[in-house]
Write a protein that binds this ligand. Sequence first.
Ligand SMILES: Nc1ncnc2c1ncn2[C@@H]1O[C@H](COP(=O)(O)OP(=O)(O)OP(=O)(O)O)[C@@H](O)[C@H]1O
Ligand SMILES: CC(=O)N[C@H]1[C@@H]2OC[C@@H](O2)[C@@H](O)[C@@H]1O[C@H](C)C(=O)O
Length: 405
Amino acid sequence: MNAAIARLCHLAQQPSRRIVGLMSGTSLDGLDVALCRLTGHGAATQLALEHFATVPYTDDVRRRIRQVFAREQVSLEYLTLLNPWLGRLHAGMVLECLRAWQVAPVDVDLVASHGQTVYHAPAHQHQQADFAGQNATLQLGDGDHVAQGTGIITVSDFRQKHLAAGGEGAPLATYGDYLLLSSPAEARLLLNLGGIANFTYLPRTGADARTAFSTDTGPGNTLLDATIRARRPGLHYDADGRLALAGRVHPGLLGALLDHPFFAAALPKTTGPELFGPAYLAAAQAQTGTAALGLEDLLATLVELSAAGVARAVRQVFGSARAPLPAVYTSGGGAHNPALLGALRRHLPGAAFASTAALGVPPDAKEAILFAVLANEAVAGQPVALGAGRQRVPAVTMGKISWPG
Ligand SMILES: Nc1ncnc2c1ncn2[C@@H]1O[C@H](COP(=O)(O)OP(=O)(O)OP(=O)(O)O)[C@@H](O)[C@H]1O
Ligand SMILES: CC(=O)N[C@H]1[C@@H]2OC[C@@H](O2)[C@@H](O)[C@@H]1O[C@H](C)C(=O)O
């Protein structure tokens, strides 16, 4: 038997596994690296987060990814070269973190590598008649290069199985959120405010727990960041929402932005900066004669858009503005933005907001942890049926396995 397969069988039978979860999201701020000890699997999974760091991307890394990121037309040669390059880059970043934490790579069982999403193409979003009705998504940073570069067995490319089984390839948070954060005491909304905003609805553990599902809600920070980058070269985001807080929402522009079929579409649904990018914003500004709107007012309007997108999706689940809401736990970079949190509180009055830190999961580490959980399930678990039979929440374990040597 191949020694790596024997090692995998051994790992699968252990009471716990030490897994490095990796996530690099649409904001391109860096690689999130979470060293997790995961005990058990399935509903019995217990997390101990040993270390977490975000290794920032340099301007050069960001520039290279942006050559292809969310672009309909790119150099195929460039894309081909970027794939192994990102795998090696991520491997180097893992080794850098392990060195800083004084952890030997041989003492890590698995790397769970999400890779870098460069294009997300759910059927509702792409315009390719040849592939009408087909969902697709592409992550770069091939797992063989991560495994070879770190010397650690690597589980990667999680989204393709989800697609193959009828999903949109996202959100995958459903599975890890359900396994780690369901509670018998309360229903929960886990709201992640990344480049794209999404939430997982977790009913109380019990009879209806399997109705848990996740959905994207629209832009989180992506349009805010793109606007800052365009208008204030050198800045990556509106730190602490200072500029947005100094502006006033433009109702006409907000209305035009919200007048997109994505916001009324049935849940669950996914999206990305391919849709919510500069062209979408420019079209709404042209339509409403707001191309010259000041930066502060534009940012205030975009913050309102993100919050309204979240609120509309929440209302699709819970009904009218007066219906009681479950406790809301926030994560992702947008959870550090007081302008966005303030807008969300206004849009969801009566909801109790807290950070996922209150549940023992640091908000910036959550997504990297979730991929460690998915790798743990790929090796030691079984498919879990969630979503109450929703077509886009397939019951599958996910990830492809690469071994060094
Ligand atoms: N102090 C802060 N003030 C305002 N915004 C902030 C702050 N800190 C982080 N952010 C926002 O959070 C973003 C990074 O968020 P995060 O790392 O969650 O995104 P991501 O994981 O790349 O996105 P996705 O979840 O869509 O893949 C930044 O680009 C910025 O917009
Ligand atoms: C295709 C893709 O990479 N989607 C990301 C992105 O970032 C947030 C949102 O859009 C979500 O759908 C997803 O990531 C999380 C981790 C998920 O799959 O649950």
